[in-house]
Design a protein around this ligand. Structure first.
Ligand code: G3H
Ligand code: 13P
Ligand code: ZN
Length: 309
């Protein structure tokens, strides 16, 4: 099977009330683990690369690794640009075989975000590529995504409707309390499901995207800390909330941090328990295995996309 866009998988997700996992990739172990997991669970899947992942791994390598995965596994896979910062980066991905791009104009004001998103939509649609846009601001820190908690702004549902109508974007990322990275909540985890509900009332057929949606799996944080890491107070979105989101109209759930934690926890364990080990396969292998286990859990127990391929 060749790469597909997210159109069909999102249509099905809305009709059948499940979410498709969008997992960030940076190297071969991540690609293999995610594609093997999706295949074993018979699930559609989105592989996404940020612009810093592209700088790190380079597009031809990313493309070819996924093509290799598609030779092994006949499942629907979309290749998506995560947080495209500008038209040029989106264009580069459209021109290089991505089937979906995100233009992240959330740092601009409403009118500027519309103007810039529209330009990407026009270019992408002419070439059969779908576009995710973002309205509202998530707090959090990643390499290329850095918003202070005080600047985070929940999405306004009425504005969201106007935004989608005026830009023609295919899916919309909204801010309802999630944030990027490993430190999402100081106290209890809380998501604004009332905002999601209003958005879905106004536009039931528009696929909604949740960024910053890692669980920050407590076992992996403990494992990192036990084997020499230092991540006090790391906290994410509980599985039950993500499951609820998937049932209430979120079509795409983004996960990066949990896979980074899985890889890091597994590597730290090998390094600590067998300090004499220096064969990379002996620590990258367990990292890959734990990512696969994590993705299977999310697909089957949280997002409900198993057997939806
Ligand atoms: O939301 C951002 C993703 O987690 C990608 O992060 O820019 O460090 O690759 P990155
Ligand atoms: P996490 O940091 O919660 O994994 O979010 C990833 C994400 O939103 C990628 O766009
Ligand atoms: Zn994101």
């Amino acid at each position: 099977m060749s790469l597909v866009t997210t159109k069909e998988m999102f249509k099905k997700s809305i009709e059948e009330k499940f979410a498709v996992g969008a997992f960030n990739i940076n190297n071969m172990e991540f690609v293999q683990a995610i594609m093997d997991a999706a295949y074993k669970e018979n699930s559609p899947v989105i592989l996404q690369t940020s612009s810093s992942a592209i700088k790190y791994a380079r597009i031809p390598y990313l493309r070819k690794m996924i093509e290799a995965g598609l030779q092994e596994h006949d499942i629907p896979v979309a290749l998506h640009l995560d947080h495209g910062p500008d038209f040029e980066t989106c264009k580069m991905c459209v021109d290089n075989g991505y089937t979906s791009v995100m233009f992240d104009g959330s740092k601009y004001d409403f009118e500027k975000n519309i103007e810039l998103t529209k330009r990407v939509v026009e270019y992408a649609h002419e070439r059969g590529v779908v576009v995710e846009a973002e309205l509202g601001k998530l707090a959090g820190v990643e390499d290329d995504v850095n918003v202070d908690a005080n600047d985070a702004i929940y999405t306004n549902p009425e504005e969201a409707l106007e935004f989608v109508q005026r830009t023609g974007c295919d899916s919309l990322a909204i801010a309802i309390g999630t944030s990027h990275g490993a430190y999402k909540f100081k106290g209890e985890a809380k998501l604004r499901f009332d905002i999601l509900e209003k958005v879905k009332e106004l536009m039931p057929n528009v696929p909604i995207v949740l960024h910053g949606a890692s669980t920050v799996i407590p076992e992996y944080v403990e494992m990192c800390n036990k084997y020499g890491g230092n991540m006090p107070g790391a906290k994410g979105v509980p599985d039950e909330m993500l499951h609820e989101a998937s049932m209430r109209g979120v079509s795409k759930i983004n996960v990066d941090t949990d896979l980074r934690l899985a890889m890091t926890a597994a590597i730290r364990k090998v390094f600590t328990e067998t300090p004499e080990q220096f064969d990379p396969r002996k620590y990258l292998g367990p990292g890959r295995d734990l990512i696969e286990e994590t993705v299977r859990h999310k697909i089957k127990d949280v997002f409900g996309s198993n057997n939806k391929a």
